[in-house]
Design a binder for this molecule. Structure first.
Ligand code: C2O
Ligand code: CU
Length: 522
């Protein structure tokens, strides 16, 4: 081990030996009193990304990367005091020209529980940020202790930073963790559990030679701003649960993997190196109606998948979880070694029916919105992507009525796909359909140029993030219920989100009007 070290350069993936470290499982968060009051402190820490790397400065929830895993029950009220104990200077390059970063404290945090059905004051609105000791707070800050009612189907959520204009840096610095909700319907199924249920948080990172995290301060074209946001960060190593290219020893039996893509910009097409199929049982919002057999699955940033891999016929094999990428390094995620003895008969099952199917039907929609994804340039001449041709600070336009069903047509006029996330709701993907971009740009009308495509097999369940395909209208349907207030929707490529590809979402009623003004900060 020691004699390998001199040759390892954390900046050069060619020199980094793979599958050295065992996959860590983040510890479960412990309440500080009663069963459901937690205090989680964001702090700077030193983290070992790889046994052959020096320690790396990170920002983690309770100093850990990923943060501790919340493991809670459906409908259990959970309170979390989120505490910012971070330094006052950021260790990554802050662009002070971005929305919310102008004349604001350099280090701001706010925690969003991604995929949660939650009151807006606990949702982690980007302008509900706070600094160390809550010394300064954003315009939408309401409370120090967040309340999660967990009133939704059991599923894999994740929590991460969402501070306006800083999300890409704070998440990259390490501020992300799992949040699992379990329900009794799921408990009755005999899915693999305990040691056989493994969360996988997949991220890409780049390191400097000294082992510190690398994040660019300039885009790959000349700009007058320094440091400047970049169009998208892509790392040169793959990190799973905080380790670079780890390995996992498994028994020849079924395992359940809860996968989240927590990368800033990178999407993954995952498959097994031995070409074996695996089974998907859940999407972003929980278990699917019935399991789906897959050979590969695509996950854009923030998308989750609940998968079962059956290693029972793979005894003695070494298999990699691979990503469809031309680079030999980025095509490798994690190694499975089927070399543990079976500790007991595998009694787990994958039932043919997992969860009662609930659909949202097109004819029930009260409102249909055409919402564009488009490219422009900002005041510094940098490329900037927008939703609905508006910037973050423009007044709210998506104001669904409380208890209404809406269809959103995500009209992608840009040259590439974008993962669009809507807070508060879980939605269904109805279809994707190619359309004539030029005609839309000239006349503002959607003229379809081909047949509608149904959602992919792995998207047939509740979703909170969807790949809005380039040159297509991606149609989603959702029910705004239970909460009113100030939420957001945005692209989950974090560099896009931080650079105005985010819009307010206000759920309103006549009797519960919500704050009209969309201020920057106080
Ligand atoms: Cu995971 Cu608003 O984001
Ligand atoms: Cu985007």
């Amino acid at each position: 081990m020691a004699n390998n070290q001199p040759t390892v350069n954390p900046a050069d993936p060619e020199t980094i030996p793979k599958f050295i470290d065992p996959l860590p499982i983040p510890p479960v968060a412990k309440p500080v009193f009663h069963d459901s009051y937690y205090e989680i402190e964001m702090r700077e820490a030193r983290h070992q990304f790889h046994s052959y790397f020096p320690l790396t400065t990170v920002w983690g929830y309770d100093g850990m990367v990923p943060g501790p895993t919340f493991d809670v029950a459906k409908d259990q009220l959970v309170k979390v005091k989120w505490i910012n104990n971070l330094p006052l200077k950021h260790f990554l390059p802050v662009d002070h020209t971005l929305h919310g970063a102008i004349d604001s404290p350099e280090v701001r945090t706010v925690v969003h529980l991604h995929g949660a059905n939650v009151d807006w004051e606990s949702d982690g609105h980007p302008e509900a940020w706070f600094t160390k000791d809550y010394a300064r707070t954003g315009a939408f800050f309401r409370r120090m202790v967040y309340e999660y009612t967990n009133h939704q189907q059991g599923t894999t959520l994740w929590y991460h930073d969402h501070a306006i204009g800083l999300t890409r840096l704070n998440v990259y610095a390490g501020l992300a963790g799992f949040y699992l909700i379990r329900d009794s319907l799921e408990r009755r199924l005999k899915l693999p559990s305990g040691d056989y249920e493994i969360p996988l948080m997949i991220q890409d990172k780049s390191f400097k030679e000294d082992g510190s995290l690398f994040y660019p301060d300039q885009p790959p074209f000349p700009v007058s701003v320094n440091p400047s946001v970049v169009p998208g960060f892509l790392g040169n190593t793959i990190v799973v649960n905080g380790k670079v290219w780890p390995h996992l020893r498994v028994e020849p039996r079924k395992y359940r993997f809860r996968i989240v893509n927590a990368s800033n910009r990178r999407g993954y097409t995952l498959s097994l190196s031995n070409q074996e199929a695996f089974t998907q049982i859940g999407t972003d919002g929980g278990l699917m109606a019935s399991p789906v057999q897959l050979n590969s699955i695509r996950l854009e940033p923030a998308e989750r998948a609940d998968l079962i891999i059956d290693f029972s016929t793979m005894q003695g094999q070494t298999i990699t979880l691979q990503n469809d990428d031309p680079s030999p390094h980025l095509s490798v995620v994690l190694q499975f070694r089927v070399d543990l003895p079976l500790r007991g008969e595998d009694r787990s099952q994958i039932p043919a029916q997992l969860y009662p199917a609930m659909e949202l039907h097109e004819h029930t929609a009260h409102t249909v919105r055409d919402l564009t994804l488009s490219a422009t340039t900002d005041e510094f001449g940098r490329p900037m992507l927008l939703l609905g041709e508006r910037m973050w600070h423009d007044p709210a336009t998506e104001k669904p009525a409380y208890d209404s069903v809406e269809i959103w047509n995500l009209v992608n006029l840009t040259g590439g796909p974008h993962p669009i996330h809507v807070h508060l709701v879980q939605f269904r993907i109805l279809e994707r359909r190619p359309f004539n971009i030029e005609r839309f740009q000239k006349k503002g009308i959607i003229e379809y140029t081909g047949p509608a495509q149904p959602p992919k097999d792995y998207e047939r369940g509740w979703k909170d993030t969807v790949r809005a395909e380039a040159g297509m209208v991606t149609k989603i349907i959702m029910h705004f219920k239970e909460h009113t207030g100030n939420y957001v929707w945005h692209c989950h490529f974090l560099e896009h989100e931080d650079h105005d590809m985010m819009r307010p979402l206000r759920v309103i009623t006549d009797t519960h009007p919500v704050q009209d003004k969309h201020a920057t900060h106080t």
